[in-house]
Design a protein around this ligand. Structure first.
Ligand SMILES: [Zn+2]
Length: 123
């Protein structure tokens, strides 16, 4: 099994209801996103997927989040608030569909909302 990891960043605002008091106020983060994809074997070129191609797929997803007020996006709503947990899930779900490659799967996505706190969605 091989696993590749790439890191990307975006900045956005969100507001979380019914979490800790200070998260209920509108605020922003510079999120660091770690995406891991895994597969059993590499191609004839020796790679699971070209890092550049993988980053292009992730960039298209990140564009939907970057410099946005996340609560306004259709994916997020009261039952699926734009927490780091749900941001990680959103990226994982979108990437799985975007890659559409049976030999590569998204194994985990981690969303760091600060240097000290992150949430990981494991498929
Ligand atoms: Zn926050």
């Amino acid at each position: 099994m091989f696993e590749l990891k790439v890191e990307m960043h975006f900045a956005a605002a969100h507001q979380l209801k019914m979490v800790a008091k200070k998260c209920e106020n509108l605020h922003g983060h510079n999120w660091k996103i770690e995406v891991c994809v895994a597969g059993e074997k590499v191609g004839d070129n020796g790679v699971l997927i070209d890092f550049g191609i993988l980053k292009e797929h992730i960039s298209e997803i990140i564009k939907k989040l970057d410099h946005r007020f996340l609560n306004e996006l259709s994916f997020f709503h009261d039952e699926n608030q734009p927490s780091s947990e749900n941001i990680a899930k959103f990226i994982a779900t979108e990437l799985e569909a975007s890659l559409n490659n049976p030999s590569i799967r998204v194994s985990r996505v981690t969303a760091w909302e600060s240097d000290f706190a992150c949430a990981t969605y494991i498929i």
